[in-house]
Design a protein. Structure first.
Lengths: 176, 215
């Protein structure tokens, strides 16, 4: 537990030191490179706006209509059995399909329940716990014209399920 | 191709479904006014969050550019090479496919998506030259994609940015859990890829390429 919290605390400072240190030793123009990379920050943030708007509008409307409450109440008996807040179930379902859609869901949950609530922490951990499997398979197999994908979907979904399940277990252990 | 279509088509219907449900339930509950207001609030919140992300994204992409120039991707790639040789027994150690794969994985783990994708596509092209059954995924391809579709996340910069934008008191609290969960997913996905390849349904057709081989 403390080891994992130490990772959370130290990962960024250690990585910063490593990056800047290696850059200095290898005579990289560190400051110039940093500024050049940082220029892409604005563009990256702006690029996700349409996706965030689409998801946040839909979820906000659903919440205001009372439909989200109904769904949560209906699903709670099922999700409670595995210790998953029903609110976070959509994050798990959407994760293999859409990265930006999931980011929207996680943002909405973090905003509504607070980023430091259990729901906010769990949703954020789930986002990083696996990749957008269907997108990865489509891009990479499409590039080399593979149509018979054999066990790729099964292996990918097993990975997703593992990542999401591991996120739930770790968060329950660390944040409850 | 099919996967992308599945994802986009499903998202299309999910979004339509969400809108319709919200409007119908809102009308039944007599909350249409609140629903309309929520739509505007949601749109505004989305932009607030995205703009709140700019600082963290700029910081992180700046740092990652330094990492790229400093050769950190090559360093990590060299470190994971021995592991990759064991995971891909069908790929000769001196084949360019192995080099492209470890570079792709190193770039992905560091969160360098823009650098990782071209390397991954090169790796797939190289693996295809080793593929005895064109059009059918080889064992190595499936294992490589399992590693990619469950990708270890060392620093989920975007989500940290969202947490910063929403005023979290400890934006990096999720780092340890994320690394542990994603590393577990990667290990299990790679193992599953190797084991599933032995199942009769997924077994490669006897060469030369036959029409069978579950998809």
């Amino acid at each position: 537990m403390t080891a994992l919290q130490a990772v959370s605390t130290w990962a960024i400072p250690v990585l910063l030191l490593l990056v800047v240190g290696v850059g200095a030793v290898r005579r990289v123009k560190v400051y110039e490179s940093f500024v050049e990379g940082a220029k892409e920050g604005f563009e990256t943030a702006v690029r996700i706006i349409p996706f965030l708007v689409a998801i946040l509008v839909a979820i906000s409307m659903l919440r205001a209509s009372g439909a989200l409450d109904l769904a949560v109440r209906a699903l709670s008996p099922l999700t409670d059995a595995i210790g998953l807040p029903a609110e976070v179930l959509p994050v798990a379902l959407l994760r293999p399909l859409s990265g930006s859609g999931t980011l929207g869901l996680v943002s909405e949950l973090s905003k509504t329940h607070g980023p430091d609530s259990f729901i906010g922490l769990l949703a954020a951990t789930m986002y990083g716990s696996t990749e957008t499997t269907f997108y990865v398979l489509a891009v990479y197999f499409g590039a080399v014209g593979v149509v018979r994908t054999r066990h790729a979907v099964a292996a990918g979904l097993i990975g997703d399920l593992t990542g999401l399940g591991a996120a739930l277990l770790v968060c329950r252990w660390l944040f409850v | 191709m099919r996967g992308e279509d599945t994802g986009v088509v499903m998202l299309n219907w999910i979004w339509i479904g969400l809108m319709v449900i919200a409007l119908v339930v809102g009308a039944v509950n007599g909350r249409l006014e609140a629903v309309t207001k929520a739509a505007f609030d949601g749109a505004t919140t989305a932009v607030d969050i995205a703009l709140g992300l700019v600082g963290v994204m700029a910081l992180w992409l700046g740092v990652m550019k330094v990492a790229e120039r400093g050769g950190l991707v090559e360093l990590l790639a060299r470190a994971i090479r021995p592991l990759a040789r064991r995971l891909f027994p069908g790929v000769p150690a001196d084949h360019p496919a192995l080099g492209a794969m470890v570079m792709n994985l190193a770039a992905s783990w560091l969160g360098l998506g823009n650098a990782a994708t071209p390397l991954g596509l090169k790796a797939m092209a190289e693996l295809d030259t080793l593929n005895a059954h064109p059009g059918t995924a080889s064992d190595a391809m499936v294992t490589f994609l399992a590693l990619n579709s469950s990708c270890i996340t060392l620093v989920p910069a975007t989500i940290i940015g969202v947490r910063v934008a929403l005023g979290s008191t400890s934006p990096t609290a999720i780092l340890g859990p994320t690394i542990l969960a994603s590393a577990t997913a990667t290990a299990v996905a790679a193992t599953a890829a190797r084991l599933l390849a032995r199942l009769p349904v997924f077994r490669l057709p006897a060469r030369p390429a036959g029409p069978e081989a579950g998809s």
